[in-house]
Design a protein around this ligand. Sequence first.
Ligand code: DOR
Length: 434
Amino acid sequence: MTEALAFRRVRAIDPAHALDAEVDVVVERGRITRLGPRAADDLAQRERVRVVERPGAWLLPGFVDLHAHLREPGAEGKEDVASGLRAAAAGGFVDVCCMPNTRPVNDSRVVTETLVAKARAIGGVRLHPIGAITVGQNGERLTEMADLKAAGAVAVSDDGRCVTNARVMRSALEYASTFDLPVIQHAEDHALTEGAQMHEGAVSTRLGLRGWPRVAEDVIVARDVLLAEYVGARYHVAHASTAGSARLVREAKARGIPVTAEVTPHHLLLTHEALVGYDTACKVNPPLREAGDVEALRRALADGTIDCVATDHAPHGILDKEVELAEAAPGMVGLELCFPLLLGLVREGVLPLSRLVDALTAAPARVVGLEPPRLREGARADLVLVDPNARWVVDPARLHTKSRNTPFARRTVEGRVAMTVCEGNVVHTDAEAW
Ligand code: DOR
């Protein structure tokens, strides 16, 4: 049995305490026991020490995803807890929050408990269910949030659907705040998006497709910010996609309202132009927007207005995707491509590396009250080793998720997760890089 794991001469980066240095990092009994220049020197020769030496590699705190669809219960052909957590580990994630739009909906203690128990039995990375706001995600009657919390839920959301009724949303904010659960809103005024296939703009007009206007998101975020202020409750915007959302969150924060937000890699990288060929892999909800929105989202993420990156990992099978755009289910897989894709933005100078790491670690952990992964002596050993220079071509068939729906197939990316460590256990090693 391996007693210790020793990373030698890695570039260790943890913006939470301004760490960016070449050091050795030693992991024993699930914790980081030593961190410093040559800290592993006397260990390297010992038996039962796994030494990891990879010139140029980076060691980061493990990533936290606030937004994944793991499809269990009900659609295990697309994903299940085991495959989802496996994909998460391959993407460098150590904490995964899973959305409740399953069948049945996770609106009860029993579903939450089952998910938690499954994940524990599997081992690997940690799973944190997000319970529904309303029973059946019907937008009417509130769930028993005390039960959900007791069973392990870290937040509530009706993601996939919006809580459009202001009275229900007000009550949800009041009720959830008594249990210190953040309310995560899928901001979409359904009355404005009925039958929509993509973003409402020049491309939807050209393609003759019904559009999902930005304002359908903005009106909900604006209203919710006012409700959160009135109630004094925590409010989190899921998958922000518009320049308006970014502006509203910026203004809310400036006024001291407890509002946070997340953005997905695809909303930072793609525009509605990707739909020109009717590619169903590019159909997501909210839809891919315009260059101006992408620009605003990038700026908001860079300056911390948007707190974190979340994948919105949404696996779908061919029955849902190899159909006409109008029939296709929205969503794309995200866990395994998130970091390599976003590293491109760091290279382009759009995003400082330290902000990207914060947006994937401490910032999301803070939103749902998880212990933030940290790179320092004494911390729980939740780590991700990255080879920043590895160039590879995305091949959906080689992903760990059960689904293949990604528009990034065949794209060359630079940067790869080489190893993920959760509580001192190696939960992923990249066969190709080692
Ligand atoms: O693209 C999306 N897919 N957006 C959502 O809100 C739901 C998700 C899903 O469950 O597939």
